[in-house]
Design a protein around this ligand. Structure first.
Ligand code: SAM
Length: 282
């Protein structure tokens, strides 16, 4: 089902259709074609999708769908895919990527419905390509939790991963996230990509501290992709670690100081803990 001959009715099934993340010029020819020829469009917000369809000169029945929709609604939607072509779009970008659709796709596949996905804009990939951070290995981690402890726990969980980390972020939460990253992923290069594909697109790179200072002075507007470079292996003489440990011990418990210095230096956390206890005795 990868090629849908133009001017013929679409075969029945589910079409996952990526839409622009800001710049309407990024709608693909194939997305416009499938939206024009499908029987109905399942979407997050009928007003948002209505605007896109209007821009494309298309009028279609719009059915509101998200993964919290009632089981019955989802079952009916999957049933209708047996005989009709249904497009799934989200408000922006690629459906299912921090957006609804996962349950629908799963159930459609289980029901033997034909499912195909039309690639297009995705903020995570657009941000990564713009950031200049290593892209040979990356991990998309969605939104960071809002609560301080949950956020810092998640960052700790991700701290050992040898890949660029990609998060979705909002303007009002950016500085808190940068402060948490500064604490947990100390010393890493950070990139903030904002308003991608739009008039005020910007991508700013620096340390978490530098970016926090900047965005505290100029609160960011719009949508944000926040990226963190992989850990770098710092070749450090264990004696030099004493300075870092002493600095950390000024505000942290020995175990926390050891963990922080281990993250920065790549040195063994247990050895650092033992050394932190010695330094504390002095
Ligand atoms: N499905 C979408 C995709 O493929 O990128 C993401 C949807 S998620 C609900 C929305 C988040 O994506 C925003 O909070 C922001 O972090 C990111 N985002 C979406 N559009 C963006 C843009 N134009 N510039 C920067 N980030 C964007």
């Amino acid at each position: 089902m990868n090629h849908e001959p133009i001017n013929e009715p679409l075969s029945a099934g589910l079409y996952i259709v990526a839409t622009p993340i800001g710049n309407l010029g990024d709608v693909t020819m194939r997305a416009a074609d499938v939206l024009a020829r499908c029987d109905a469009v399942a979407c997050e917000d009928t007003r948002v999708t209505g605007k896109l369809l209007k821009h494309l000169g298309i009028s279609k029945p719009l059915w509101r769908y998200d993964d919290h929709s009632a089981e019955n609604d989802r079952r009916r939607l999957v049933e209708s895919m047996q005989s009709r072509a249904i497009a799934l779009v989200s408000d922006a970008g690629t459906p299912l990527i921090s957006d609804p659709g996962y349950r629908l796709v799963r159930e459609a596949r289980a029901a033997g419905v034909s499912v195909t996905s039309l690639p297009g804009a995705c903020a995570a990939i657009t941000g990564l390509t713009l950031s200049g951070l290593p892209n040979d290995r990356f991990l998309f981690a969605g939104f960071l939790p809002v609560k301080d402890k949950a956020r810092s726990d998640m960052l700790t969980q991700l701290s050992g991963i040898d890949a660029t980390l990609i998060f979705y972020e909002t303007g009002p939460r950016l500085t808190k996230s940068l402060a948490a990253i500064d604490k947990v992923l100390t010393g890493r290069e950070i990139s903030v990509a904002r308003e991608l594909t739009k008039m005020f697109e910007e991508c700013r790179t620096g340390s978490a501290g530098e970016l926090n200072t900047h965005y505290s002075a100029y609160p960011p507007k719009g949508e944000i992709v926040l990226m963190v470079a992989p850990p770098t292996e710092v070749k450090i003489n264990p004696d030099d670690a004493d300075d870092l440990l002493l600095e950390a011990l000024a505000t942290l418990k020995a175990s926390q100081a050891a963990a922080q210095v281990a993250r920065i230096t790549g040195l063994d956390r247990k050895a650092l803990y033992a050394r932190a206890m010695e330094l504390r005795q002095r």
